[in-house]
Design a binder for this molecule. Structure first.
Ligand SMILES: [Mg+2]
Length: 302
């Protein structure tokens, strides 16, 4: 496997491993986690969703939907991504987020994404700034090289369900950091260089420099999730450490795990993810296949 293929596969498996590990802890407080698990480091399943070990949730399934949409039509992926979201929605997923559910109901009824975005903002207001589009945006930066195209696609895939400006910016920033990592930057330099260039309102920069562990909020607000993930990546030195740190804050643990795992997986590579986790992921064949296809799309554009 080339280095790039290893990074792309690492990113998709990183999302899935973070999701599967964190799902056990979703909705739990740090104190509850400490009492019940000490520190969770194994894909045990269970938790609120009573999952099997290695089973993934909406974070990975929607990431797969974005990847499939891009693979079906790399030139104009948004209509395909929309179709993939609707297909997933029709499986009646128990763990679908509230904003995503409202949006996919409207899209299923045949509203355009522009109409849907307007309605979602009316209905959800500030709650439209959840992390539901950030958790699935990674494939955009895996498939495309052009910076402007990555910016546009990251925002457009978010617009389908999460049109709030905080969600759009988080998706864009995440993909730009991922792009830096894929082109060879270290994790710290990728994060700080993109924040210096992009984070004009200091949503992230000061927090990441100054916040202590007690200030971490691992809830569902998109800014909290991205802050938590970057904070963990900056303070750890391998895949397992980063993801374990992110999920053990609890609350929206699977999404913090998935978002952290995507960047960590791209940086440390597929080879950097513990074997015991990779082997446990139930959808591993599908992830491997999609990683190959995304790599092919990326290579054609090189
Ligand atoms: Mg989830």
């Amino acid at each position: 496997m080339t280095n790039m293929a290893d990074k792309i596969k690492g990113c998709l498996f990183g999302v899935a491993c973070g999701d599967a590990l964190g799902a056990t802890l979703e909705f739990m407080s740090r104190e509850e986690i400490r009492k019940k698990y000490g520190r969770l480091t194994e894909l045990t399943g269970g938790g609120h969703w009573r999952l099997k070990p290695g089973e993934v949730t909406d974070d990975t399934k929607m990431t797969v939907a974005v990847a499939r949409g891009i693979v079906s039509n790399p030139v104009d992926p948004i209509p395909c991504i929309r179709e993939e979201f609707i297909k997933w929605f029709q499986t009646d997923p128990p763990d679908i987020g509230t904003t995503t559910k409202i949006a996919l109901n409207l899209l299923t009824e045949g509203l355009t994404w522009e109409e849907t975005a307007g309605r979602v903002m009316e209905i959800r207001g500030e709650h439209a700034a959840g992390n539901g589009s950030l958790m699935r945006t990674a494939p955009v930066a895996l498939a495309y090289l052009d910076e402007q195209l990555i910016r546009d696609m990251a925002r457009k895939q978010s617009m389908l369900t999460h049109p709030h400006p905080d969600a759009l910016f988080a998706c864009e920033l995440y993909c730009l950091i991922l792009r830096e990592i894929l082109t060879g930057s270290g994790i710290n330099s990728a994060i700080w260089s993109m924040l210096e260039r992009e984070d004009r309102e200091d949503t992230y920069h000061s927090f990441l420099q100054n916040a202590g562990e007690s200030e971490i909020d691992s809830g569902g607000y998109v800014v909290s999730t991205l802050r938590t993930s970057l904070w963990c990546l900056l303070r750890t030195s391998n895949f397992e450490e980063a993801v374990v740190k992110a999920v053990n804050f609890g609350d929206d643990a699977d999404t913090c795990g998935a978002v952290t795992g995507g960047l960590a997986g791209a940086y440390y590579g597929y080879k950097g993810i513990p074997d015991r986790w990779k082997k446990a992921i139930v959808c591993r064949d599908e992830l491997s296949q999609l990683a190959q296809e995304l790599y092919r799309i990326r290579s054609k554009k090189a």
